[in-house]
Design a protein around this ligand. Structure first.
Ligand SMILES: [Zn+2]
Length: 158
């Protein structure tokens, strides 16, 4: 049974901009899973990735543009108080500035999800909570055509 989804909520990991969260031992999703376990999150009925026992997000986008899955889409997340039942959560690694690869991955993932969930609109966590999550205005990004947002592109050296 698929859930009714009308919100896609974007978050940031509040980690250093431009720094991969994943490493040789853990993926970014596994790192966030540890953080969420420490905060007491728990997945009641994992539909995918059963080794992740806590992660509240459905997707994580690391700085190299890798998209990792957390909870299954049919599984209610734990990422936006009061709106979890009808939403999907995407977490961008970093805080305010994201790599070109991350922006492209977010664009593609959002487009694919909106294809599958025709009623779904894109939002930032900070629209629902008094937080600076993510570190950019999602409405500005959508209005601009979902291209990297001015002032929020991580400057990469070649
Ligand atoms: Zn958030």
């Amino acid at each position: 049974m698929s859930r009714f989804i009308d919100l896609i909520v974007i978050h940031c990991a509040a980690s250093p901009d431009g720094h991969l969260l994943g490493n040789a031992r853990e993926t970014a999703a596994q790192v966030i899973d540890r953080w969420h376990a420490e905060r007491g999150f728990h997945r009641a009925h994992p539909s995918i990735n059963p080794e992740l026992t806590a992660i509240g997000y459905h997707y994580v986008i690391d700085c190299d543009g890798t998209v990792l899955t957390g909870r299954g889409e049919e599984e209610i997340g734990a990422h936006v108080e009061g709106h979890n039942a009808n939403s999907l959560g995407i977490c961008m690694v970093g805080t305010r500035c994201f790599t070109a690869a991350q922006w492209l991955a977010l664009h593609d993932l959002a487009a694919r999800l909106q294809d599958n969930y025709r009623n779904a609109t894109l939002h930032g966590h900070r629209e629902y909570a008094n937080k600076e999550c993510p570190g950019f205005d999602v409405a500005d990004w959508v209005t601009g055509g979902c291209v990297p947002l001015c002032g929020h592109l991580f400057p990469e050296s070649v």
